[in-house]
Design a protein around this ligand. Structure first.
Ligand code: SF4
Length: 259
């Protein structure tokens, strides 16, 4: 079984397709995965691998680990574009997410004031006021919306709770009043006898309607880049992503394509 990608709390820096030179923060266990989604394409593998034994890192260990790493990078004259919360699952499930975000912003201001702070989130924890508050503090609040059609959303993202529906996510995202970047994975494929495709005209139309409500400052369209836990998924090529992006741009959105 494919298992977690990141084996430390602070990882990298890595060169990200989307974000530049990125130092990662994994607020999830180093030996397991915790997420409120279980996406077919998750690079960290399926949730079935379990949460592991290490547990989630404490606020203090994140702070100390990041400080140490930033000091080393600064001493070595290394460049840093962004500090990114991602990792083995959904970072906003961390019980001290708001406090950790505040710590990270303070450390960024001290060592790399030009760097951005980004969070990649699946947008499901916005009912918790401290999560929404934290996401309003960061430079790049990158929220996931892969489909605005419930059947596709459930087949592709597989939320832990059946009560999580696109309409609810869209309503939650409106609170950012445009201060968010929506990230949408485009793919098609088969899983457990079912065909999934969020590249159809109906899917793209529904996404555009959702974006009109959310009013994101930018949309990032991307496609599979690494091994996925579901085997029969197809990478959508650069040309097709561009065609979809063109439709979205025609509706007035700024769209970045990462094929
Ligand atoms: S939301 Fe992200 S971490 Fe969670 S299952 Fe989907 S891709 Fe993986």
């Amino acid at each position: 079984m494919q298992t977690v990608l990141f084996h430390s709390t602070i990882f990298g820096p890595i060169k990200s397709r989307r974000l530049g030179v990125s130092l990662g923060i994994n607020l999830l266990p180093n030996d397991g995965k915790i997420c409120s989604f279980d996406c077919l394409y998750c690079e960290a593998g399926f949730n079935a691998q379990g949460p592991g034994k290490d547990g989630i890192p404490s606020r203090d260990s994140v702070k100390k680990g990041l400080k140490r790493k930033l000091e080393q990078m600064q001493a070595a004259g290394e460049k840093l574009d962004v500090i990114t919360f991602s990792g083995n699952g959904e970072p906003t499930v961390h019980p001290h997410f708001l406090e950790v975000v505040r710590d990270v912003i303070r450390l960024r201001d001290t060592y790399y004031p030009e760097a951005k702070v980004s969070v990649l989130t699946n947008s499901t924890m916005l009912g918790r006021p401290h999560v929404a508050e934290a996401l309003k503090l960061v430079d790049n609040n990158i929220v996931k919306l892969d489909s605005a059609i419930a059947a596709t959303f459930h087949a592709l993202n597989r939320p832990a709770s059946p009560n999580v529906i696109p309409e609810g996510v869209i309503a939650d995202l409106k609170q950012f009043e445009g201060q968010c970047i929506v990230q949408t994975m485009m793919l098609r494929g088969d899983y457990e006898g079912r065909h999934i495709d969020n590249t159809t005209d109906a899917e793209v139309d529904a996404l555009i309607e959702a974006y009109k409500e959310i009013k994101p400052r930018e949309i990032m369209l991307y496609s599979i880049d690494r091994k996925t836990p579901a085997q029969d998924l197809e990478k959508v090529g650069a040309e097709e992503l561009e065609t979809i992006a063109t439709r979205m741009r025609a509706a007035g959105f700024k769209v970045q394509v990462n094929a």
